[in-house]
Design a protein around this ligand. Sequence first.
Ligand code: FES
Ligand code: FES
Length: 161
Amino acid sequence: MNRMIHLTVNGRKKSMAIDIRSSLLEVLRDQMGLTSIKQGCGVGECGACTILVDDVLIDSCIYLAVWADGKSIRTVEGESRHNTLSAVQQAYVDEGAVQCGFCTPGLVMATTAFVEKNKGHAVTREAIRKAHAGNTCRCTGYQSVITVTEKCLQTDGEPNQ
Ligand code: FES
Ligand code: FES
């Protein structure tokens, strides 16, 4: 059975007919072509499909697309503006926090959510680790992700909005 849903995806309004059984990952990746969203485990364990829905981190593989009706979605494709990477994206590049890159879009969104929530507050490395605990990196590049997060929390510039 199909149903119309209305989303705001990376700032753009979009209405589309979807199969009510579809996950948000399937709709965004397969119907909308947002290929930053990766399917790893498909069961909410690895974080490769992490995006923001109304600024809350979710695993889009286990989130039905109908639940997103009327909501605002952010994926890594929408984080850069006018060919300029967001502060978090740029920090990932500068720190070399990318290896194979499969986990990177999800990690960037996890870092972005954490930095936006905690900027200006003192946070521990343990809190940063916990904030990224839902994102598995098969290349084990966690140390640089923690460094990126610390640097983004310290810089004056807000993530690119
Ligand atoms: S693919 Fe969604 S959490 Fe692994
Ligand atoms: S960079 Fe390879 S899985 Fe994380």
